[in-house]
Design a protein around this ligand. Sequence first.
Ligand SMILES: Cc1cc2nc3c(=O)[nH]c(=O)nc-3n(C[C@H](O)[C@H](O)[C@H](O)COP(=O)(O)OP(=O)(O)OC[C@H]3O[C@@H](n4cnc5c(N)ncnc54)[C@H](O)[C@@H]3O)c2cc1C
Length: 469
Amino acid sequence: MNKQYQTIILGGGLSGLTVAHKLQLNNPGHRFCILESSGHTGGVIRTNHDQGYVTEVGPHGFLDNCQESKQILAETGLDRECVKAPLIDFVRYVYLNGKLNLIPQTPGKILRAPLIPWSAKLRVLAELWQPVLEGEPTVAKWINHRFGPALLPFLDAVYTGTYAGDFNKLTIDSVMPGVRALEKKHGSVLRGLFARMRQKKRQGGGDRKAKISMPAMTSFPSGMQRLPERLSESLTVGENLQLNTKVTSVQADDSGWQVMTNQGLFHAQNVVFALPINAALKILGQIDPALPEKSIPETWISTVVFGFENDVILPPGFGYLTPEREQRFTLGSLFSSNMFPGRAPQGHIVFETLVGGRRHPERLELDDKTLTRKAFEDVQKILQLTKAPAYTTVLRSGGGIPQLERNYPLLLAWREKFLSAHPGLQIVGFGWEGIGLNDMMKCASRAAERVLSSSANMQHGADLKGVYF
Ligand SMILES: Cc1cc2nc3c(=O)[nH]c(=O)nc-3n(C[C@H](O)[C@H](O)[C@H](O)COP(=O)(O)OP(=O)(O)OC[C@H]3O[C@@H](n4cnc5c(N)ncnc54)[C@H](O)[C@@H]3O)c2cc1C
């Protein structure tokens, strides 16, 4: 076998598949190969089909507000297949003060809601005059300093829902670089947002009548696994996709780069790291011992699935999250049957409850039976269920969710320097520049662009992301 390629992609999860898709689409003659350590593509994306229930071991969906993801759906025809649950129609709840509270969908509406007292609302406005916190504050410390304590449980819920993280450990510079940049530039986030609005208006984008648009959660009728499956359709195992091929090191050689694996040596001019951040750091540390961090913290979650006959009525909407101060056993639940059709067999409904996360890894040590019992006791109270479930199962994801905590910006700065010193290398994947599916598709699309243009590493500024519950 000729193991010489123009580009080798390390990892066949969504990031690696996106790079491959873009290379094939934009330059069909480009010789590339994906090296994947497991026996399948898709990485942590996996849908469980059991007794008519369609549930997710990994991600449940992604918002349709990312240009690169929308483009991939259009290019693959998946835009005609996907199912959407618009946030504007699907309300969410935060479990606070012992009950489910409906959360208005935008920060502005949250402020106007009766859930927050007037004194706390005024404190939020005082953000305009708060000095900029130096250093690398945690999300909790930063929110408390800028907006006061009233918003803390809501932001706790947001970071539980996205990172399964602890907002007393995640840092604002790592998880919201765009907002932090705005704060530093204007001395206040609110002032920065007003300045952006004024600028948009000046540029003619300030149509007062324009409806505030909210994104939609996107999945597929057969579940999220459809996305990597579709992206894998154009690959040939043994040719441009090598399965069961674990990369152990990467070194410079005469032709560019040499990649060592348990299946032998591979050579290429370009190597794209599309591995989860800690797997990448292990290999990158061999190329540059000056790596500032050998690994970053990760956290795991498990899903307990509950199916009921459909005389059990779920509250309308997406689901709920539980901030830590409520001391619940579960992190929250997704009302899967409400969100997407066909998730439960005829005459049944299903919801998926999350357990574990950064604060409670010990709960994942419980066996399935105990985990299910404890999770059910918890949701029974929260959702006031009077019946036992008709179906339960526990789904344990092997994929650790990278936690963007202290020193993470240092790692990104190292990456920038490292990449300019090592042309031919690209670094994307789970935990680099974010953790969500949209982040992966965006970064991987840009990496493929850079490979094809062979330009030095084009820099993109930090995006200003919306906060959705
Ligand atoms: C439980 C869970 C729930 C999530 N929920 C959501 C959600 O609802 N919405 C959302 O947007 N995001 C969610 N995410 C995040 C999302 O799943 C990830 O952003 C995305 O799937 C990461 O894709 P990736 O290809 O970068 O990494 P991975 O999926 O981890 O793929 C990396 C691949 O590299 C392979 N590999 C590792 N080491 C080597 C090696 N040495 N040699 C060769 N191959 C190797 C692995 O086998 C794997 O196939 C969730 C993640 C988890 C774990």
